[in-house]
Write a protein that binds this ligand. Structure first.
Ligand code: ZN
Length: 183
């Protein structure tokens, strides 16, 4: 396993559309594995291939393993935390129902969170790492996370879903903090 570089706004790869994976071979198992390691390490609950610089339709998710609470102590015995990784290849939302508003963040949009409106329940068809067609029904945090990650594959960030005013504010702020960090 290897940890990958996470691209951040305004890196161009995040605004580009990922291409379908024509043939799912064993190399994607390795890529997904590296993406999961990168996501757990960050830590985050989802990661799309764009975020590690790959324009291919692959996302990894684990909403059960979420040391997301900022004030949560780092678990000294990580092996004790149950992992439930989901790997989606060529995912496509085939059903949406209802609406929900959730405060979202993103590993590619550091230090910024905002409320985003999305469908409440969804159904997704995808291929697993063996190339088999599968379906997943999701609600709650998993539904929101899948929609967020699939947006990445379209070159869309959660800040793109905000009102124009909020979006402009967010982007200016992000560019400024990034410049400060790189100085
Ligand atoms: Zn994201």
């Amino acid at each position: 396993m290897a940890k990958l570089k996470i691209y951040t706004f305004p890196d161009m790869v995040l605004a580009q559309k990922a291409l379908p994976i024509a043939r799912v071979d064993h190399s994607y198992f390795k890529i997904a594995d590296d993406m999961l390691e990168t996501m757990y390490d960050a830590p985050g609950i989802g990661l799309a291939a764009n975020q590690v610089g790959l324009l291919e339709r692959l996302v990894v998710i684990d909403v059960d393993y979420s040391p997301d609470d900022e004030d949560e102590e780092i678990n000294p015995d990580q092996e004790m935390v149950k992992k439930n990784p989901i790997i989606l290849i060529n995912p496509e939302i085939i059903y949406r129902e209802g609406a929900t508003v959730t405060r979202e963040g993103c590993l590619s949009v550091p230090d910024f969170r905002s409320e985003v409106k999305r469908a409440e329940k969804i159904k997704v068809k995808y291929q697993n790492v063996d190339g088999l067609q599968k379906e997943l029904s999701a609600e709650g945090l998993l539904s929101v996370c899948v929609q967020h990650e699939l947006d990445h594959l379209e070159g869309t960030l959660f800040i793109d879903r905000l009102s124009q005013l909020k979006k402009d504010f967010a982007k200016k702020k992000l560019i400024k903090t990034r410049r400060e960090r790189e100085r």
